[in-house]
Design a protein around this ligand. Structure first.
Ligand code: OAD
Length: 260
């Protein structure tokens, strides 16, 4: 009997979310690790998460890198190789269809560093936390884009010989210049913000959700997640289940991308 009630609730939520998308001119999306979970890339805060064998302080802070760059590079090399092997899933593909539907009126803001959204085919992507593909030279500060290969324990800049680091935003670091402004602008201009697969506890990214809700007029905020999160109480509608299932269902209900 409960299942029956849940089915009704889900159908109502799906219709509400689909209606919001249908009447929107501009859409923004915020994604987190959950969108890549079905591609086999572990999330951060799950018990099988990436940090399992390493305290965050060791592998995702500037001081951790200063203490033991080889450990940090081993960690990121493993993540680069894992990301190279992974394939975009149905959730990523649904977001490509969503961008095609909204053409120039779509911004995908991601906290992920796995490059899966661009691999899937999204174009207007803001990578808030950097990207595994890129390295940054601590000597000449040049940022290089490359393949997702193992760079070894002590990669050096081919131009100046300086030490390279992953171009990832670590804890205690600022976001890349200008990216927050672009993300905030996309959220302030949208009528619907879709929040997918994030625990919504890491700031400033999580702050995009209240930004959407508190502006005038507010955007409709749709959460897609396996479970309820820190943001669930405030969002307008939640679709709880795997993103690879929920996003295609949402697009189908909104009649988006059915012919392409
Ligand atoms: P988290 O690991 O904190 O949260 C992942 C979220 O995805 C959780 O809310 C899960 O319930 C949800 N989830 C898992 N599988 C899912 C699925 N198949 N479909 C839908 N949802 C699913 O990851 P983030 O919120 O992305 O920062 O973490 C934010 C930041 O914290 C990361 O960017 C990273 C980390 O520290 C840096 O590296 C700077």
């Amino acid at each position: 009997m409960h299942a029956h009630i849940d089915d009704d609730d889900f159908a109502t939520a799906l219709e509400k979310a689909a209606f919001a998308l249908r009447r929107s001119q501009r859409v923004a999306v915020l994604t987190g690790a959950g969108i890549s979970a079905e591609s086999g890339i572990p999330t951060f805060r799950a018990s099988d998460g990436l940090w399992e064998n390493h305290p965050i302080e060791d592998v995702a802070t500037p001081s951790g890198f200063a203490r033991n760059p080889e450990l940090v590079w081993r960690f990121y090399n493993a993540r680069r190789v894992a990301a190279a092997r992974a394939l975009p899933n149905l959730g990523h593909h649904a977001l490509v269809k969503l961008e095609q539907h909204f053409a120039g009126n779509f911004t995908l803001i991601t906290q992920n560093v796995d490059a899966m959204h661009t691999t899937a085919g999204n174009r207007n992507v803001l990578e808030l936390h950097g990207c595994l593909r890129r390295t940054r030279c601590l000597g000449c500060e040049q940022i290089l884009d490359g393949d997702l290969i193992d760079l070894g324990p002590e990669p050096l800049c081919s131009d100046c010989g300086g030490r390279l680091r992953p171009d990832i935003v670590w804890f205690h670091e600022m976001l890349p210049e200008g990216i927050w402004e672009s993300a905030a602008e996309a959220v302030l201009e949208c009528q619907t913000l879709l929040v997918v697969g994030t625990s919504a506890v890491v700031y400033p990214a999580a702050g995009l959700i209240p930004l959407a809700l508190d502006k005038h007029p507010p955007a409709m905020v749709i959460e897609v997640n396996l479970t309820k999160t820190a943001a669930s109480k405030r969002v307008d509608v939640g679709l709880y289940g795997p993103a690879g299932e929920m996003l295609p269902r949402l697009l189908c209900a909104a009649n988006i991308g059915v012919n392409g």
